[in-house]
Write a protein that binds this ligand. Structure first.
Ligand SMILES: Nc1ncnc2c1ncn2[C@@H]1O[C@H](COP(=O)(O)OP(=O)(O)OP(=O)(O)O)[C@@H](O)[C@H]1O
Ligand SMILES: O=C(O)C1=C[C@@H](O)[C@@H](O)[C@H](O)C1
Ligand SMILES: [Mg+2]
Length: 168
């Protein structure tokens, strides 16, 4: 699927791959708005992600995640940092791919393990064995993004590499 315009960039990828961090740097570089879906979910719910999972479960979280994604579809000149599972849901994936240039931040698992806390802030990272299995399982889906960016390196360097890939 090809997006109709290039005035929106979606960053997808596993927890800890750097979506939030790179989105902020890219937003500063382009002067575009940054939308972080996890932060928007927390704002809307008035609770942390871990509270949403604990009090209502993952199915409810996915429903809110989709509603928040849809609420920001009209935004232009925007970078969207998705949550690690947003692009995994087929309906979300179709909307994302049609709406903007979608970039998979592909980070190595050893970096991810160091970056993602197992303290419950990211509920699906608490069980480290399941976390590793999820990483492998989801790669086949992240691959469906329009582009892959090797997520190793300094954030500023990643931003420049991404802009180069986009031909900007
Ligand atoms: N290129 C990088 N080099 C070094 N550290 C990084 C890099 N990118 C991100 N980090 C660090 O890794 C951690 C996770 O990054 P970030 O929150 O941006 O990931 P994320 O993909 O948004 O994860 P989640 O899906 O859980 O929201 C943060 O502490 C961040 O500072
Ligand atoms: O990978 C996932 O499924 C998740 C990643 C985080 O960004 C949060 O959206 C939440 O913890 C779920
Ligand atoms: Mg994030």
């Amino acid at each position: 699927m090809t997006p109709s315009t290039t005035d929106k960039i979606y960053l997808v990828g596993f927890m800890g791959s750097g979506k939030t961090t790179v989105a902020r740097a890219l937003g500063r570089r382009l002067g575009w708005r940054v939308i972080d879906l996890d932060e928007e979910i927390e704002r809307r719910e008035g609770r942390t992600i871990s509270q949403v999972f604990a009090e209502h479960g993952e199915t409810y979280f996915r429903k809110v995640e989709r509603e928040v994604l849809l609420a920001f579809l009209p935004a232009r000149h925007a970078i969207v940092a998705t949550g690690g599972g947003t692009f995994i849901q087929a309906a979300n994936r179709a909307d994302i791919l049609a709406d903007g240039v979608t970039v998979w931040l592909d980070a190595a698992f050893h970096h991810i393990v160091d970056r993602v806390p197992s303290d419950g802030r990211r509920p699906l990272a608490a069980d480290r064995e399941a976390f590793a299995a999820l990483f492998e399982e989801r790669r086949a889906v992240y691959r469906l993004a329009h582009m892959r960016l090797d997520a190793q390196g300094r954030v500023e360097a990643l931003v420049e590499r991404l802009l180069h890939k986009l031909g900007w």
